[in-house]
Design a protein around this ligand. Structure first.
Ligand code: AMP
Ligand code: ZN
Length: 464
């Protein structure tokens, strides 16, 4: 079965066909770096990671761009409130965001363009919009997009602009879906902006939030690209406005597939700082969460349904993760890494079908779990053969490339260590404990720890 995605634009599942065979241009709206990213933001970023991992697993060469919003109403307000330069605020939160991404095993994007480094491109687009009659300059040096000049305005979110009058315009970056208005492409400099401002042909100022993504996407992926993602709250006004700006300035199609992830709730309710449930990655790390356990909670529900994160579910997700890891250890003990076979079990193909169907993770995980349960049984009853061990290893490694649930890297035991273990086995059989201890030390010096179990010796790679 071929890959299908639910396109938020058409509100239908559509077969995925990239613009260039074998290649995918993917743009995901990145964080606004005025605070630590919270677990809700990471639901969206982990969904995007899953999408990208699936595209790579399917064989696509993915170019992924994630922007960093380092100038907008929120970042400026934070800099003003804390009485520091804007870049002091944005630099620190960007660094923390990068650490969080790595900790959560989110594959790095090809590029993380920063809005403040793409101002020239934004000015170029705004200039085109003014020249083509889609934008107008106000007396304070601000530039607004005239939404009535774009007949497709509102198509993504299905809003009507019929009641809108020419004098309705909005300066703020974020506003309500019930009041579509002309929106700011450029905000004329005000005294309160202090040092923040760039020169433009129509006067000094700063960009509106929406123009930033139109500029950074076209600069890095071209005017027309394959997939654009974000959380559902980005659909209006952000993505609706991006579409208007990009199409009206370039005259080309903008995005082929829009994918939006639903909101994350915490304990069934909204996240809010006052409720103390806006967990950051470090908050969860301090509470003993592992990256895998968080990934599991966020991926166990389908990306288009609201899911609820909860501290109480930690035990359950930890259990699932340790079961999968135990499964991996058992397969390693059975020599799975040395079996050079390419076969995959039938369940793998069901798994692929579920993932190809708009990334149906609950179904795909269900298939994986019931298959794993059966293989576990066979291992425990010693009724598994080489072919099945090989198949199991292949499914597990493919599965992990997509979900990232295996905790530690597995290290293949080098031949030299295997030899020393063999000699140690013989020494133990002859009750030569001095030699056995000496060999244990030699193995340890080479970076491996040996453990004697009822089933014989086990070695583990020592991590620095
Ligand atoms: P922001 O830093 O506010 O620009 O948000 C970064 C990303 O997180 C955007 O794609 C948002 O749509 C997404 N986001 C924000 N809050 C949530 C939430 N509670 N659940 C899921 N995604 C969210
Ligand atoms: Zn964006």
């Amino acid at each position: 079965m071929s890959l299908k995605f639910y396109n938020s634009f058409s509100r239908k599942k559509e077969f995925f066909k990239p613009i260039i065979d074998g290649k995918v241009g993917l743009y995901t709206c990145g964080p606004t770096v005025y605070d630590f990213a919270h677990i809700g933001n990471f639901r969206t970023f982990i969904f995007e990671d899953l999408l990208k991992r699936w595209l790579i697993h399917t064989g696509y060469d993915v170019t992924h761009i994630m922007n960093i919003t380092d100038v907008d109403d929120k970042t400026i307000k934070m800099a003003k409130d804390q009485n520091v330069d804007l870049n002091i605020i944005t630099q620190g939160y960007t660094e923390q965001f990068m650490n969080d991404l790595m900790w959560l095993k989110i594959l790095p994007a090809d590029k993380y363009p920063r809005a403040t480094k793409s101002i020239d491109k934004m000015i170029e687009i705004i200039k085109k919009l003014i020249d083509k009659g889609h934008a107008y300059i106000e007396s304070d040096g601000s530039v607004y997009f005239n939404i009535s000049t774009f007949s497709d305005y509102g198509k993504l979110t299905r809003i009507s602009i019929k009641g809108q009058t020419k004098s309705d315009r909005i300066y703020d970056d974020d506003y309500d879906k019930n009041s579509p208005q002309d929106f700011a492409l450029w905000k004329g400099w005000k005294k309160e902006d202090g040092k923040i401002g760039w020169d433009a042909p129509w006067g000094k100022g700063r960009p509106g939030w929406h123009i930033e993504c139109s500029a950074m996407s076209s600069e890095n992926l071209g005017n027309h690209f394959d997939i654009h993602c974000g959380g559902v709250d980005n659909m209006f006004p952000h993505h609706e406005n991006e579409i208007a700006q990009s199409i009206c300035s370039s005259g080309e199609k903008f995005v082929n597939y829009w994918l939006h992830s639903e909101f994350l709730l915490v304990d069934g309710g909204k996240m809010s700082k006052s409720l103390g449930n806006c967990f950051t990655v470090s908050d969860l790390e301090k509470k003993g969460f592992t990256a895998e356990s968080i990934r599991y909670q966020l991926l166990a529900g389908h990306y288009r349904t609201k899911i609820s994160f909860s501290l109480e579910k930690k035990q359950e997700s930890d259990k699932v993760i340790s079961r999968i890891n135990e499964f991996q250890s058992l397969l390693i003990d059975l020599g799975a890494q040395d079996i050079q076979r390419k076969e995959l079990p039938n369940s793998y193909y069901d798994f692929v079908e579920a993932m190809n169907d708009d990334l149906n993770t609950p179904k795909a995980l269900g298939i994986f779990h019931s298959w794993m349960r059966q293989v576990f049984k066979k291992i425990k009853t010693d009724s598994i053969g080489e072919r099945e061990i090989g198949e199991a290893w292949n499914f597990l490694t493919n599965f992990d490339m997509v979900f990232g649930f295996l905790s530690a890297k597995t290290f293949k035991i080098p031949l030299e260590i295997k030899k020393l273990m063999e000699i140690r086995d013989a020494a133990r059989a002859e009750n030569n404990w001095t030699l056995a201890d000496d060999l244990r030390d030699q193995i340890q010096e080479k970076g491996w720890a040996v453990e004697d179990t009822t089933k014989g010796q086990k070695v583990k790679k020592l991590l620095n």
